[in-house]
Design a protein around this ligand. Structure first.
Ligand code: ARG
Length: 709
């Protein structure tokens, strides 16, 4: 593929890829070659995820009742603390770096007579370790009278002796702080080994009032995935599912009460078409076995008939038009047209849908069966991605009253207007030129996609009283959501509109299976798993040692798709590249899994009880490979916090790959097997800590870390 054809996302990963390849060639030529394959049977999904649903340690209020799912969907662990600090958002018992922030702010504040809180809030993390562990941009202190460079030097001199940080380094206008390694190592490793799966989480951040936990947690609705029943699950739905699942996890580990909502496309004339199609082509057995594919088949067949019938109808319409222009008599043709239209599947579908709208019990029962069976099937697929929804909502669920009420409000406040029989909102008249015009009621009085969303936003506010709602929808619908939020505001719900956010993303190009274009999520996942299986088979010797290659290939395949998706910024589109995503070379899903499995293997092979690791003598971790790793590990809670600001999965993924790079360049130096017992124990404590953080990060991304491969 030509370089110029690469998307932004791919260019990004190519750069990272090159850096890791150079690492790898020195230290670890082919990662897969070193994979320790299992000798006994295992199930990667089950092994890493015992079947339990909610496991928050300190927060129990959200304990949802268990739902039986075809596969185990495990939720994330979370910790909170009652120990807070006088500085805002500072939790030294959960985040080791906060200890240092607090320390630096107080010491420097006292020595230079500056408000410590001012220093605290200006301290920033660094992008590379050579720039320090924390940095203070001196101009941000807004101290007048001296040049920032001079002031920087002066502050460096004034900073007192400290057992936590080395004397600060003035670098231009930045004051760099390096943490003293002995203390840092003990704090960080001690904390990770203690907090385990909860390290990096912080339930306090989701509190409505951090000073008064009794006021409860903030509530967020994450609406994502939202496929259309009986239509293909396209790339937009895939990205929404991946990004939405990630966001739901992220908000969970920072303590929000998260409601995962799927807003199905489950209403409209196409269900009339589908129902009539089912009467002709439906097969009960097939429906029960594979509802999603069967309904799609029916939909395709009935649509083919619609297209066939469309031709003659259009032709006749043209003829009538020409005849009219010539002043000829059209009554006969019009009669013929009426007959054709009346007998058409399209018209029958319209009538059927009308009966659904009017509440016809039989029509609704059939529709409900289609919907329920499809949801049941979707749940299985979502479970493979470790996702479950709290609410399967959908266009069908929006009440007529909510829409009528909204229309009334819009009309009486002069926001909407009649236009050629329809009702529209002309945004130009309301100071939003870019939003153009939108129809909200059709000529025939029926509501549209937008109308239902207006009803939905009001219903959700009423039902959930949420603090925030996120719509994870492709950038192609930017206009739609901007119109929705603007209308909400114009209706007088400015506060509600302000609590809503559209999280958009770019397109995936060329997502198809190797057999043809893709229809459903399952097809994609199966195809990638097959490809992954082929890649694994190439290494015959290792392959033969895998007890359960299909399951491993399945998990690695899912990871491949997700990591490729999360590698770049959301807004960048990318090409769906099966070869690249399933490769063990570069910053790929399989490589990330490999890094985790390798750490698991090191811990396993060392034959030491993990519970004993906290007593290790960490003074023995002196190599820069080890201390760099510790410094990176200390950043994990900050990375999670930063991700709540960027809302980009790549923030976490980039961090995890940085960690795997440091790890892979250190394996030769930091050997475990064959080292002195005390050294072995200390290094194992380090590796186990790295494994834990890698695991925690992968879990937020929605990946299932495997322990063997
Ligand atoms: N079902 C829609 C589609 O496939 C996506 C729904 C997005 N969410 C919403 N509230 N409009 O395009």
């Amino acid at each position: 593929m030509g370089r110029n054809l690469l998307s932004g996302a791919q260019r990004f990963s190519t750069t990272v890829l090159r850096s890791i390849l150079s690492h790898r060639s020195q230290n670890n030529p082919v990662p897969f070659a070193n994979c320790p394959y299992p000798r006994r049977q295992y199930n990667p999904l089950r092994l890493s995820f015992p079947a339990r649903r909610l496991s928050t340690t300190n927060i129990t209020s959200a304990m949802a009742s268990a739902v039986s799912l075809p596969a185990a969907v495990e939720s994330l662990s979370l910790q909170t603390t009652s120990k807070t600090s006088k500085f805002p958002g500072c939790y030294p018992t959960l985040n080791p770096v906060d200890i240092y922030r607090e320390h630096i702010a107080e010491k420097l504040g006292a020595a230079a007579d500056i408000d410590p809180e001012k220093i605290y809030t200006r301290l920033q993390w660094t992008n590379t370790l050579d720039k320090g562990d924390l940095v203070l941009p001196v101009p941000s202190l807004q101290i007048k009278g001296k040049s920032p460079q001079e002031l920087c030097k002066e502050l460096a001199q004034k900073f007192p002796e400290s057992d936590l940080v080395s004397p600060p380094v003035p670098f231009g206008v930045h004051l760099q702080f390096f943490f003293k390694l002995d203390r840092l190592t003990k704090t960080v490793i001690g904390q990770i080994l203690k907090d385990k799966a909860t390290f990096g989480s912080n339930g306090n951040q989701g509190l409505r009032d951090p000073k008064d936990p009794s006021k409860g947690r903030k509530k967020i609705i994450v609406e994502f995935s939202s496929p259309n029943i009986a239509k293909p699950f396209h790339a937009g739905h895939l990205r929404s599912t991946i990004i939405g699942g990630f966001l739901a996890n992220l908000y969970t580990v920072v303590g929000w009460d998260v409601i995962k909502m799927n807003y199905l496309g489950d209403w409209g004339k196409q269900y009339g078409l589908l129902a009539n199609g089912y009467k002709q082509f439906g097969d009960e057995e097939k429906l029960l076995k594979d509802p999603i594919n069967h309904l799609f088949d029916v939909y395709v067949k009935i649509n083919a008939i619609v297209s066939e019938q469309d031709g003659p109808i259009k032709e006749l319409k043209e003829q009538i038009k020409t005849k009219k222009e010539k002043g000829e008599d059209v009554s006969e043709s019009e009669e013929k047209l009426a007959k054709l239209v009346d007998a058409s599947e399209d018209e029958k579908a319209r009538k059927y849908f009308k009966s659904m709208e009017d509440g016809d019990a039989d029509a609704l029962a059939l529709w409900r069966r289609f919907r329920d069976l499809s949801i049941q099937k979707y749940k299985e697929t979502y479970a493979r991605l470790n996702i479950d929804f709290d609410d399967y909502s959908g266009e069908s669920q929006i009440k007529q009253e909510s829409m009528s009420m909204a229309n009334e409000t819009l009309k009486s406040s002069g926001v909407s207007e009649a236009s050629e029989g329809a009702v529209i909102v002309d945004f130009v008249k309301h100071g939003a030129k870019k939003l153009g015009k939108a129809i909200i009621v059709r000529k025939d009085g029926t509501p549209l996609y937008l109308t239902r969303d207006i009803g939905a936003i009001l219903e959700r506010d009423e039902a959930y009283h949420f603090d925030k709602m996120i719509y994870v929808v492709a950038a192609q619908q930017d206009l739609h959501l901007a119109q929705l939020f603007k209308i909400t505001e114009l209706m007088g719900y400015k506060d509600l509109a302000g609590r809503c956010q559209h999280i958009n993303f770019g397109m995936v190009r060329g997502m198809s299976t190797r057999k043809g274009t893709v229809k459903f999520l399952d097809d994609i996942l199966r195809d990638v798993a097959d490809k992954m299986h082929e890649v694994m088979k190439k290494n015959t010797e290792k392959y033969e040692q895998i007890e359960n290659p299909e399951e491993t290939a399945d998990t690695l395949g899912i990871t491949s798709v997700m990591v490729q998706d999360m590698s770049g910024k959301r807004i960048n589109g990318y090409d769906f590249n099966l070869d690249a995503m399933t490769s063990f070379e570069g910053d790929t899903g399989p490589y990330l899994q490999y890094a985790h499995a390798r750490l698991c293997s090191i811990v396993r092979k060392a034959e030491l009880d993990v519970a004993e690791l906290p007593s290790a003598n960490l003074d023995l971790l002196t190599e820069s490979n080890a201390t760099d790793l510790v410094r990176l590990l200390s950043q994990w809670p900050d990375v999670v916090l930063n991700t709540t600001k960027t809302l980009e999965p790549t923030t976490i993924l980039t961090y995890l790959f940085r960690m795997t790079h440091i790890l892979s360049s250190g394996y030769d130096t930091l050997k475990v097997v064959g080292s002195e017992p005390e050294v072995k124990k200390a290094r194992l404590a380090l590796y186990e800590s790295a494994r834990q953080v890698l695991h925690n990060g992968m879990r937020i991304l929605g990946l299932n870390p495997v322990s063997r491969m």
